[in-house]
Design a protein around this ligand. Sequence first.
Ligand SMILES: NC(=O)c1ccc[n+]([C@@H]2O[C@H](COP(=O)([O-])OP(=O)(O)OC[C@H]3O[C@@H](n4cnc5c(N)ncnc54)[C@H](O)[C@@H]3O)[C@@H](O)[C@H]2O)c1
Length: 252
Amino acid sequence: MSRFALVTGASGGIGKAVCERLALDGFSVIATDLSAEDAQRVAAGLPGEGHCGYALDVSDEKGVGDLMKQIEAAHGALSVLVAAAGILILDDSGQRRAITETSIEEWSVTQQVNSTGTFLLLREFLRARRAHKIKGARFIGFSSVAAQLGGYRSSSAYIASKSAVLGLIRAGAREGAALDVAVNGVAPGLIDAPMLRLSLNPSQDAEIAQSIPQGRIGSPEDVAGAVAFLAGPDSAYITGSIIDVNGGYRMQ
Ligand SMILES: NC(=O)c1ccc[n+]([C@@H]2O[C@H](COP(=O)([O-])OP(=O)(O)OC[C@H]3O[C@@H](n4cnc5c(N)ncnc54)[C@H](O)[C@@H]3O)[C@@H](O)[C@H]2O)c1
């Protein structure tokens, strides 16, 4: 039986690495992002067969529901959904805003994409697996070490949105269990991907790496490896967990 995995934010730095890893692990990957062309380009470059790309704005309630129905009608039941899409809004000089400088627009848009988007994807995935149960389905959400630490230098909207994902993963794990859907997440630390590069110049890497026990910034492939574990057979008895992918930057 072919296994289908849908990835959101698939043309981003981490999302693309997740698509590549899941394709190598034998999944047919449905790559989605805001731009259909970008998603299709990612899908076309993956090893193996059966991949495709679609436009999806994760903050669009109707769009998420419609695409899930369209995909399941065209390809069959999804076994894995990876909610990697996310945004971080900075000010004009590339700095994270303090709470006192955060507009309601920045707050709302960030929640809408990062937390509401994850909710919409989880809800539609659970509905789909309730309608058509399959064995061992997986939902994997994206939080951040920023949520666990209270951020590095403010950006409360992002921190709060990624904290909501932590709670949603646990609530989803409880409800998903009866549907044989394991719901887990990853909390990346400092990862060499576009979102980090909005505010960190590579010339600062060596200095930052001194505060990371493993002594380096992470790679998108480091995160993709954790996602692959959560999507694969070895994590069958894990649900409601968050895997920290941070080189020891933050330990529980
Ligand atoms: N890079 C890091 O250091 C880091 C650290 C912790 C968590 N994360 C999380 O990892 C994920 C990927 O981060 P990245 O660094 O690869 O970022 P990125 O900016 O390269 O990728 C994010 C992707 O999400 C897409 N996207 C944005 N808004 C969307 C929407 N409304 N609907 C659908 N897609 C949308 C973008 O087009 C982009 O392709 C994000 O959820 C981010 O919060 C990243």
